[in-house]
Structures are given as C-alpha cells and as structure tokens.
Design a protein around this ligand. Structure first.
Ligand SMILES: C[S@@+](CC[C@H](N)C(=O)[O-])C[C@H]1O[C@@H](n2cnc3c(N)ncnc32)[C@H](O)[C@@H]1O
Length: 255
C-alpha cells in the first residue's frame, strides 16, 4: 500500500522531496518517511481498525501509517518529536475523521502516556536514533502503555540497507556478544549518496538493529514475541546494492 502525502492545505511549510518519490524527507534531518508501508505497519492498521480502543503511532512523521488507519476506522494518537510534522499530518485529515485523531508532540524516551491506554503501538524507524539504555527504557514504557492483549509493532534500520558499510563491524560485535553491536558515529561516512546525506544530518549516532535484538528488547520488557524478521524494502533499491534485509521488524503482545 502506498499512502501519498499531499502538500498541506492550510500551512505554508513545504514538504521536502527526494529522488525516490516514495521516500519523503523529514523536516528535522532524521531521514525519510516511507510512503510504501511494510507488513508490520499494514498489520498495525488492520488491528487498529478492528479495535474500539485508541492506537499510537510513535514517530509518525507526516502520517503515512496514521492516515490509512484513520480511514480504516481507527482512533489514532499520532506522536512525533517534530511539531511541524504533526501540523502537516493534521492538515491532511478530512473533517469527518478529525475527532478520531489526537496529535501529541514529544520525544522518546521521555514522552509518557497513561498505563494501558492503547490497543496497539507502531514505532517505525525511530528506535535506531536512541542509545541502548534509551531503547530498553522506551520499549518498557510502550509495554506499560499497552492494554493486556495489546500489540507492539517495532521497525528499525539494520546494517544491511543504506548503512551497509557498517556490516563488518556489526557482525564482529555480534560475534563478540556485544549488547548493542550497531552503534555508529560519523554517519556521513556510511551513507551511499549526497542526497541521502542531506536528509540525515541531525542524529549524532545510529544504533542499527536486527530482528534478534528487537525481539530481545521486547522479551525483556515482558512482552511475548509473535513475529520477528527482516523486511525487504524493494522500494528503495535504487540507492545502491541491498539484499532484502534493509529493515527489521517485530510484533509482540502484552500478556
Ligand atoms: C525516519 S522517520 C520515520 C517515519 C515513519 N514512522 C516511517 O517509518 O516512515 C523518523 C521519525 O521519528 C521522529 N523521531 C526521531 N527521533 C525521535 C524521538 N526520539 N522521539 C520521537 N520521535 C522521534 C522524527 O521526527 C521522524 O518524524
């Protein structure tokens, strides 16, 4: 599914563009929102639509997952550290769905919500901006915000996509049993093109993950992992050689 984000109707903040049209640059140098939704986001949307309780889209950017979830009938709390993303998202929402959307500006790991508020949480391609302790603290908080039976969907970058130059160090650190093998600094040394570098210029480091590391974090937060694996992002293969492991995802349930 492709969720196309239109220019905002009432705000004058222009949405930047990129050579791969389905990758929409963020306004705060944290990379791209993907308009082509992966299987974890699609499952979050399906589950959200079937639930009477609200769901959370954490690090929603301009709402590539929030907008179809609202259209499918879900009640969504959309949250992001960049308030302008939320303004643009709110501008896209048709009047008939406005009371199904709440926008909350905030930053992980500090942002907080009421315990057991959400039926499901999607946190897609955000956790890799946090250090290990902050990832663990954030996922523990997400577990706390879920209702019993609620679902957590996490997606992150791996070393096997645009960060391929990190593969040898990642695999060596994993072999040595390091807890967070994917920490890299000096991000522009890793990125494939000037165009990508232009839109990823704020994070001081990346903490690249794989499905095994995501599953470990969920288990340590008291969740039951139902599904974990790599995600094949065929939509951005134009950026250089990739191998079908560009992102990693996990779906875990609160017992
Ligand atoms: C790479 S984009 C991903 C957007 C979308 N979720 C997706 O998967 O395509 C990261 C988004 O997360 C937000 N973000 C980054 N770090 C964050 C943090 N620590 N807390 C909350 N939001 C954050 C950014 O502002 C940006 O909108």
């Amino acid at each position: 599914m492709v969720c196309r984000i239109m220019e905002p109707r009432t705000r004058d903040t222009p949405i930047p563009s990129f050579s791969v049209k389905t990758m929409v640059p963020t306004l705060n140098g944290t990379g791209f929102m993907f308009e082509v939704l992966d299987e974890y986001a699609l499952d979050w949307i399906r589950f959200a639509a079937s639930s009477a309780d609200p769901v959370l889209d954490l690090g929603c950017a301009y709402g590539a997952a929030t907008l179809p979830a609202l259209e499918a009938g879900a009640r969504v709390v959309a949250s992001d550290m960049e308030p302008k993303h939320l303004e643009i998202l709110a501008d896209q929402v048709p009047e008939r769905l406005r009371d199904h959307l709440e926008c909350v500006a905030g930053t992980l790991p500090g942002i907080d919500f009421a315990p057991a508020r959400f039926a499901a949480i999607l946190c897609s391609r955000v956790l890799h901006f946090l250090n290990g302790a902050d990832i663990d603290a954030s996922v523990a908080r997400m577990a706390h915000w879920l209702k019993p039976g609620g679902r957590l969907y996490l997606v992150t970058d791996t070393p096997y996509g645009i960060w391929r130059r990190a593969i040898p160090a990642f695999e060596n650190a994993k072999r040595r049993g390091e807890r967070w093998p994917g920490i890299i600094v000096g991000l522009h040394d890793y990125l494939p093109t000037a165009g990508v570098k232009r839109h990823i210029d704020k994070p001081p480091f990346m903490n690249l993950l794989d499905a095994e590391l995501l599953a470990r974090t969920c288990i340590e937060a008291g969740l039951r992992v139902e599904r974990a694996g790599f995600i094949d992002r065929t939509d951005f293969r134009g950026l250089g050689r990739m191998d079908g492991r560009e992102n990693a995802g996990v779906m875990a349930v609160k017992p």
